[in-house]
Design a protein around this ligand. Structure first.
Ligand code: DGL
Length: 267
């Protein structure tokens, strides 16, 4: 039997786990390496040239060390900036994560859609082009959240995060006119689905939160084909660029996702 392919899932931190869990459901028979560039987290705070250089450098090391058959860039902040450079530099196929504006606008009934992402993602030309091409008559509000990725990460690590802090970050997404109000919010940062239950509870009215992870899993299946078996060849591995060991609550969250070895490892 041919040996199992390897998928590298890459993010600035732990948000890419929301993509990993969908891809792992779709291809349980694959070896996974989950790489978090936590030494450089959050990506949303870095200038574009600095971030491009950083992602290329880390990716070079990860590809040399793990020889993946496919890389999922599970980060909107990186994908909306550096996918063309990654594809030009490396031969391995890349699946990016970009704001799900097209399906969100296609599904909105009120035609009021918000895109919630990092401040960097909502500023990108790439995001603005998606709106220009796919808004389909919707009014699309861009909301750059300065803190939500860090709050999601803190919550996953078991640190206390007050409802009021989350509510303040999402409040600008909710627009209400005379006849209509926002009915769809694009989660344009992979960290945000980590907080989905709380986002739903804290929303001033019910909306559809659009998580791109299932679409990314389908794209992976398009490129790699269907699973050859439902058995995992090996537990997924984590790589933290900081070399810091995950604290107990995070190690427990990783164990729930099937990660066996959560000791820090270099790239
Ligand atoms: N998870 C990342 C994203 O999808 C961003 C968080 C950050 O590093 O700022 O955009």
């Amino acid at each position: 039997m041919a040996s199992a392919p390897t998928i590298l899932v890459f993010d600035s931190g732990l948000g890419g786990l929301t993509v990993f869990r969908e891809v792992a459901k779709a291809r349980p028979d694959v070896r996974f390496v989950y790489a978090a560039d936590d030494a450089f987290f959050p990506y949303g705070r870095h200038d574009e040239p600095v971030l491009i250089a950083r992602v290329l450098e880390v990716m070079e090391q990860l590809i040399a060390a793990h020889r993946p058959d496919l890389v999922v860039v599970a980060c909107n902040t990186a994908s909306t900036l550096v996918l063309p450079q990654l594809r030009a530099r490396f031969t391995v196929p890349f699946v990016g994560t970009v704001p799900a504006i097209k399906p969100a606008c296609a599904g909105s009934r009120s035609k009021l859609v918000s895109v919630l992402g990092t401040v960097a993602t909502v500023r990108r030309d790439y995001t603005r082009t998606l709106i220009r091409d796919f808004a389909r008559g919707c009014t699309v509000k861009l909301v750059g959240s300065p803190r939500l990725a860090e709050l999601a990460e803190a919550a996953l690590k078991g640190e206390p995060v007050a409802d009021a802090e989350i509510a303040a970050e999402i409040a600008p997404c909710f627009a209400e006119g005379k006849a209509a109000r926002t009915d769809t919010i694009v989660l344009a940062c992979t960290h945000y689905p980590l907080l989905l239950d709380r986002l739903r509870r804290l929303a001033p009215w019910p909306v559809d939160f659009v998580d791109p992870a299932p679409a990314i899993a389908r794209r992976v299946l398009d490129l790699l084909g269907p699973p050859a078996s439902d058995k995992s060849p090996a537990p997924p591995r984590t790589v933290f660029t900081s070399g810091r060991a995950p604290a107990a609550p995070l190690a427990a969250a990783l164990a729930r996702l099937g990660f066996a070895e959560t000791a820090p490892a270099g790239v």
